[in-house]
Design a protein around this ligand. Structure first.
Ligand SMILES: [Mg+2]
Length: 438
């Protein structure tokens, strides 16, 4: 599809609502984070500032600050290639060194390890550090990547296949637990659909974008959130609880006002990490109801690093979408996306990353490669490249389904015999590329 943004004012309103909704949720939750200020059960939250900062009234926190970094890169160069992901990590490192008002423990730990890394290896180093932390502790499913994921959805409004991949790449930069990536993928797809359709999507119906092995668990977590009220999901530093608290708040609004206002009210009343839960909920609520549903009083107050106000966020959101639409012509070949999704569905997309013609492609391989090549006459060749450079052809066929099946079968076989290792070909498009298209 080709998105026509200018000709649809409702669509523009919902695009602008995503970052604004998240920022307003953030600023509304800031005063009450971890019980910083008291909030009576029937009292509506207000943007009074304070919290852990302390923050000025209406000021947003790290959630929106980190999201702004992602959005600026997306508006500038998209999020389709490795240099863009490097730029996101660079932006966070710079933010940490200058503008960060507060930062999550895990995010600080991971970004702290990459400060001296060369600019072209930043995303790789950061996600490798996140993976190392995950292997050592087994506990890296914090809510710190979900809270900043909304701009990724805007960058791929008309490319849902790449959205599935990119949401996980941006999450992986600091949070390597598969559940953190899952939450970002799921929430981004919900935001994307909400922006396009203007209605709240059926979240449980979206789990098929996730690896098969975890779809059932996510369905039951979502159903649980729909049945119970948000405060059940506190503490919510765990990404699953944070998503449940946000979804429960959207489904169980409290107090007087519009759906966006009453749902954000419920999100803050969930307690614990109030700004993050409300920022997560706010992105989806803004996508459904649009910027026009946000109270004027909030729009006048909301602001934050790096010196932005409401109109700047509107402008930034539109620019992310415009750039995404423009770059969608560079979407990965359908066959490549299909194979990547197939591997993810088999649970092979995690813990490994490969660069294919400047794009990251998750796969299940290590230092050996299964390659898939389209020959000049249109036939496909599946080949194997061993550790010592030995290459042999496994199958040549004109039938895409046969080539794909053989490729996946060989990938599974290879992955099963390998322990996870971090290895990326040095030169994207170099000799050891995984996909080759002439
Ligand atoms: Mg925060």
């Amino acid at each position: 599809m080709t998105l026509r943004v200018d000709s649809d004012p409702g669509l523009t309103d919902r695009i602008e609502g995503v970052l604004l909704g998240a920022a307003c949720g953030d600023a509304l939750g800031v005063p009450y984070e971890f019980g910083s200020a008291p909030l009576a059960p029937d009292e509506p939250p207000r943007m009074i500032g304070g919290g852990l900062g302390p923050y000025a009234p209406g000021e947003w926190s790290d959630d929106t600050q980190m999201a702004v970094v992602v959005a600026r890169v997306a508006a500038d160069q998209g999020l389709r290639h490795v240099p863009a992901l490097d730029a996101v990590v660079q932006g966070w490192v710079d933010w940490l060194g200058s503008g960060a008002t507060d930062v999550g423990t895990q995010t600080r730990q991971v970004l702290g390890t990459v400060a001296g890394t060369g600019p072209s290896r930043l995303w790789w180093s950061s996600s490798a550090a996140a993976a190392g932390l995950h292997r050592r502790t087994g506990q890296t499913a914090g809510n710190g990547s979900l809270m900043r994921t909304a701009p990724v959805a805007l960058a791929f409004l008309d490319d849902p296949a790449t959205l599935t991949l990119a949401a996980r790449w941006v999450s992986d930069a600091t949070h390597r637990d598969p559940l953190a990536g899952d939450a970002c993928v799921l929430w981004c797809h919900a935001i994307r659909l909400a922006v396009l359709d203007g209605v709240l999507p059926d979240l449980a119906g979206l789990v098929d974008v996730l690896p098969l092995a975890r779809q059932g668990r996510w369905t039951s977590w979502i159903v649980d959130a729909e049945r119970r009220t948000p405060s059940v999901f506190a503490p919510n530093g765990y990404v699953v609880s944070a998503l449940q608290a946000a979804w429960s708040a959207i489904r169980h609004p409290v107090g007087d006002g519009s759906p966006l206002v009453t749902s954000l009210n419920a999100a803050v009343h969930a307690g614990d990490d109030t700004d993050t839960v409300a920022a997560i909920a706010g992105a989806l609520l803004g996508a459904v109801h649009g910027a026009s549903s946000i109270p004027e009083e909030w729009l006048a107050l909301v602001h934050g690093w790096p010196g932005l106000r409401a109109d700047d966020l509107r402008d930034l959101a539109r620019r992310v979408v415009d750039r995404g639409v423009e770059l969608a012509v560079h979407r990965a070949p359908d066959e490549l996306v299909e194979v990547a999704e197939h591997l993810i569905a088999r649970g092979l997309g995690e813990g490994y990353d490969f660069v294919v013609r400047g794009r990251l492609v998750p796969s299940g391989l290590s230092s050996e490669y299964i390659g898939l090549e389209q020959l000049d006459d249109g036939t496909y060749r599946v080949w194997y490249l061993g550790d010592w450079g030995t290459q042999r052809s496994l199958v040549e066929t004109g039938d895409w389904a046969v080539a794909r099946a053989r490729f996946v079968e060989e990938s599974v076989r290879l992955a099963q015999g390998r322990r996870p290792r971090w290895k990326i070909p040095d030169e994207p498009g170099g000799k050891r590329r995984w996909w080759h298209q002439r």
